[in-house]
Structures are given as C-alpha cells and as structure tokens.
Design a binder for this molecule. Sequence first.
Ligand code: GKR
Ligand code: MG
Length: 431
Amino acid sequence: MNADLAIADVRLTPILVADPPLLNTQGVHQPYTPRLIVEIVTAGGITGVGETYGDTKYLELARPFAEQLKGRQVSDLNGLFTVADELAVDRSRVSARVDVGGLRGVQTADKLRLSVVSAFEVACLDALGKALGLPVHALLGGKVRDAVEYSAYLFYKWAAHPDGVPAERDDWGAALDPAGIVEQARRFTERYGFTSYKLKGGVFAPEEEIAAVRALAEAFPGRPLRLDPNGAWSVETSVRVAEEVGDLLEYLEDPALGTPAMAEVAARTGVPLATNMCVTTFAEIEEAFTRGAVQVVLSDHHYWGGLRNTQQLAAICRTFGVGISMHSNTHLGISLAAMTQVAATVPNLHHACDTHYPWQSEDVLGERIAFDGGSVAVSDAPGLGVELDRERVEFLHRRWVEADGVLRERDDAAAMRVARPGWVAPSVPRW
Ligand SMILES: O=C([O-])[C@@H](O)[C@@H](O)[C@H](O)[C@@H](O)C(=O)[O-]
Ligand SMILES: [Mg+2]
C-alpha cells in the first residue's frame, strides 16, 4: 500500500486559530489568526501534513501550486521549487520594507513563493518518512541531538481582547510592566521548564523595557535573556540600550531596522545582534555578513523555503562564523514538529529556539507536543511523528468560513484600532 509515492490529492484547509492579545510595536494580535493546513495524499494512501501562513496572499499562491502537484513524486523535493518559480505573484503583494506587516522582513515575490513551498516540502517529507518508516530528521541526514531547546517567548499583553470582540479567554493575565513580565516568565518556567527568555519589545519606551530586562535578570540570575523591539529604535537608542543592559543579554534582536543600521549598532557595541528582519532571504546574506551587521540569524523554515533550505542557511552561517537559531511567528504543532526535526540536524545550533506554541491554546493535532525542561524530544516515529485531528481542522475551518473577511488577514495595527481608534503602525524609528 505504501509503495506508490505519486501525489494523488492535495487538501488545503485555511483555518482561524485563537490568539491572545499579545502586543508588539505595530499593534496587538487579533483574537483569531489565519493558518493554512496542507495535506498531501499519495497514491499509496499515505497523508503528509504541513502548515504555513494563511492570509489571502499565501492562499492565492497555494491553490494554483497545489494543482500542479498531482502525479509528481513526494520524493521530488527539488521539483517543488521549479514548479513554484512559475507562480505569478501580484505586484501589490510585494514590498521592500523590512518592517512590512508581520515583522518578518522584506516581502519579495520569491519569499512569498517560498513561504508556500515550505508547507508542501514539510508535507512531502512527512509522507515520504511515513512511507519509508523513517523520521523526517533521517531524511535530512540524521539527528545530532535528541531534544531541541526552546525559549520562553514573553510578551507584553492585555488580560483580554477588547470588550465586545468575540474571542477565546486565556489564563495568562495581563503583563504590562516589569513585575507582570517576571510573573509571566515564572509561569512559563513552571509550565514548560524554559530556562531562557525572550521579551518582545518595541511596545513601551526603551526605559521601561530596560527595567523589564533588569527585573528578569534579577529574578533569573545567569539565565539567557533576549530583547526584540522589531527594529523600533534608532541607532543611538539601540547603542544606549546595549550600553545599559548589553551585559545581561545573550543577544539583542533587531534593535534597529535594516542592515545598514544594524551594522552601525554592531560596530559601536559589544552585544551580539540577532535578526529575523534584515536577513530573511539568501539575497540579503552577503551584505549583512560582510558588514558584520548580525551575529545570529534566526531562521524560519516557513519563509526560508523549508527544512532543507534551513539546513543550507545553517551551513552558510557556519562558514561565516555567524550563529543560527530559530524565529517563530504564531504557529501550531505541525510546524513545531517540523522545526524540531530540522533543528535536530543542525550541528551549529547553540541558542534555544523561539516558539509561539505555548500561546496557542488551539491546535490541529490530536495530541499536543509537550515541552520537558524547556525542550521538545526529537521524535523518531515515521515522518514528523504527529497525527492530525481532522475534526479539529474542520472546526477551525468552519470558523474561517464564517468569519468576516477582516480576520482572514492578520493585521496587528487594525486589531489595535479596535481598542484605540485612529491607531496606525508607528513610523520607525519609534524611539
Ligand atoms: O508575534 C509577534 O507579535 C511577533 O512580533 C512576530 O510578528 C515577529 O515576527 C517575531 O516573533 C519576531 O521575532 O520578530
Ligand atoms: Mg524578531
């Protein structure tokens, strides 16, 4: 039954998943955020799963892409890129702004294509692994570790979404000052065992975020800490923050926006700089690395084009003596499994990876992925080692079908306007 690896069917299911009111420099997370679930079914009856961003700009590429795949082999991973190259990307979708919505760097046509291909690559690897009885990490060359460490992703947040807005409740409470952030970090450690902490900054004036970092350092002496304002600061502010709390930080993430500004900050401070904004495509590597603008690249398999591209990025970083770790945006268990499988194969991964997963109370998996001591065990089960719960997928899809169009596009500034009419994403540098 397993032998025929030809793709017989592809199912694309856009869903909306609950998201708490997490604050970032552009606004606040919507109560529900779109994701796309990809299922690839082989002629031999095996189903592989993948997930990626679910906004319309991704759906409009995923649909024609899926049409092209029938009859191709799930083992033909390189062919996915050839097919994707032909996808027409509407010009209106492309932006050279490093802080375009989503805070994940530029939005080139190629990056949009790769953000779609990645979910299909993961689904193909899952199906192939299941067919061969091998875990995905074995298809990627084998694991070099048995567990992958993740960090607690701390956010300033409201206790609840604005009154009158349909939303799920969360039990994290508000975190709007240093004490709230420390309390949130404690709960992350109690619940998941995390021992390193990343604070999403760019929300309050730098002084307040400096105070939060100091409070974390006092509460968790010696633990790795990071601060990420998503490019909200000027070079001068970045240098000042680095002078004040640089010695408490494992790295400072995207303090200023874009490679030239990051290079200047790097030249004037000793604190390592990490990015998931100025190096998000292979084309951006050369300038950033030759200018010494970043010391750690935070890969994200969704927009780098999948698990094998992540390995290629890691190899380039190793060659240039630049560190590698992983970025995260709102994602579910399929992607956490995929991140864990590829992270297990990267020898030069020396920082705990980011994950939003603990913030996601809803998932499409029958069984949620567990953290033990802040780490996820690397599954040796065939494929990704996860099972989709189709009833959950259907439930979350019905929410997407019934939602008004607005929720189908993640827009943190629009979500903020509900609470603060007139709000627009602040221009950068904000401080
Ligand atoms: O989820 C958020 O609010 C983050 O700000 C996200 O949009 C970023 O892409 C991200 O997590 C980051 O590390 O910059
Ligand atoms: Mg970041």
